[in-house]
Design a protein around this ligand. Sequence first.
Ligand code: GLU
Ligand code: MG
Length: 443
Amino acid sequence: MSKYTKEDIIRMLDENDVKFIRLQFTDIFGTPKNVAITDRQIRRALENECMFDGSSIEGFVRIEESDMYLHPDLDTFMLYPWHTEHGHIARLICNVCLPGGVEFPGDPRYILRKTLREAADMGYTFNVGPECEFFLFNMDDNGYPTTTTFDRAGYFDLGPGDVGEQARREICMNLEEMGFEIETSHHECAMAQHEIDFRYAEALTSADNIVTFKMVVKSIASQHGLWATFMPKPIYGQAGSGLHVNMSLFRDGKNSFYDPSKENGLSDVALHFIAGIMKHIKGITALCNPLVNSYKRLVPGYEAPCSIAWTVSNRSSLIRVPAARGNGTRVELRSPDPACNPYLVFAALLAAGLEGIRTRLPAPEAITQNIFDMPQEERVARGIEDLPADLHEALCELKQDEFLCEVLGDHIIDKYVEAKEQEWRRFAEEVTQWEIREYLSKF
Ligand code: GLU
Ligand code: MG
């Protein structure tokens, strides 16, 4: 059942003096896009009559078939907290459709909705709680981002070393005004690195929230003269930014991952779900870690995973089951970074987990030791494989994984892989400062 009707939307626009409405969606990489309309156009928008040129959006369509329609999801109505001289701005997140109302297979939100329908057919609701890390850096005199900071604070520190603290506080207040429930926020390990955690939600809302969250963080940071970046590893030798994904499946109001009669309180469903994700994680990595730079984060020593293993405790693992039990029981995947497209990542994880449940896939043994300290021979002997080492390897894995290709569909797979392979080639051809330092004088 929908939360809002069309009449509710019109009433809320009126009550809140809204003059502009952003009709939002994302491209296949999760980059937010919008068509802005004035309040006079709202009826047309609510009748799904607003069109845009899809050929201008990366990964969408060719120029010959470029008319696309925006179908607003009424439940995503939200007011931006910024009041302009022309009143408030509101947003509606839209599903992208082809003429005739057919859902567009290149819309990442559609891929997630399709997978959520499969979960619903099995009786499950998929909940996701993200933990998003990011950096707040100085800008140069021209307003361009740098990787410099005056911040000298560390994990959980308080100001004055934490120059981002005020910006972070304001980000939290703005998000709360927009209806987010902020659970915690803190300074992370690296200089200028922060984390803000908001409450879990059903996966579609959670993915919408991540896109909104990143936009708000960037806007408020810039009001403080800071540049917010979700680049996974901006500084060599410092921790990178993760987007840990906490997942649970609910059925009839109960957490299906919890079974007090089983070892560690984990149900068979939880173990099969973990097994399904582990089976497909190499291909999923191309989605969770979509940039050349993503793989500079997935190295030992920075609490980001490198190997495919699960555990009930230690943070060196790819998958961790945090201590909470009962309805709080969840599976935390630690590899995703905040450059990912959350719609595609959640769809792929859910599909892989459901396949694990359907096929009753057994989970490998849980690893209790710190994997960063484990010699390679021991990892091999225990069947612990590595995550793909770079974007190229991850893309090869994705292309070979027929199951994932089917979940994402031909359109997304072809466009995503093509664009990312080009990105990889551009990087591979580059002569980097590292090579100059390492080789110029030696050879
Ligand atoms: N920054 C770490 C990462 O790249 C995670 C630190 C933490 O456990 O919160 O995933
Ligand atoms: Mg963290």
